[in-house]
Ligand binder design. Sequence first.
Ligand code: SF4
Ligand code: SF4
Length: 199
Amino acid sequence: MSSAETVTLEGLERSWAQAIARETGIRIASCYQCLRCSNSCPVSTFMDFKPHQVVRLVQLGRRETLMSASTFWICLSCEMCTTYCPNEIDVAGLMNHLKNAVVSSRKRPAEYEIAAFQEVFIDVLKRHGRINDLQLMQRFMLKTFLHGHPPGIKALQKDLALAVELYRRDRLRLLPEHSRGAPEVRRILGHFGRKGVSS
Ligand code: SF4
Ligand code: SF4
């Protein structure tokens, strides 16, 4: 199949795939499953669906399968897949779009802790314009605890030992530092704002 040829889609499947293509501008139908995206992905071995499979599932309109996948929570947004695609398909952008679709649908993310961490990270960045590790971890633990995912004792001990070591090396600020550029950071992040993750 040449890059000019496209996959034929029907009915609801076509409307979902087309809606994504329209919203994102990503040329999903042009994929001919060469696997270069998956072969270039540094974390594909940890994914339940590899990048080329995600593109194929979108082509086939397998929305429910993808909404409960962990793939895009594992994704590092490194864009290797997009760079190596011979058809200029923005696979990384597709991963991001699907991740946002899960959050918008209020469905519980397959990788809840990763989703919660990302949300808290963005909140701290918006508030201070920079990251404070202590506040980040406190808020992450509180959020996961309140949503019924308390950290285990071993994980707490490990985090505490790490925090003490960082403090000893003067790498941990107890109070958050506020960046003068915080309003600009908020403005930039506002473009990518999304709702909180569901527990
Ligand atoms: S590299 Fe591009 S064409 Fe090849 S499988 Fe991935 S998305 Fe499809
Ligand atoms: S952006 Fe995500 S899917 Fe693409 S190569 Fe990087 S980690 Fe893999």
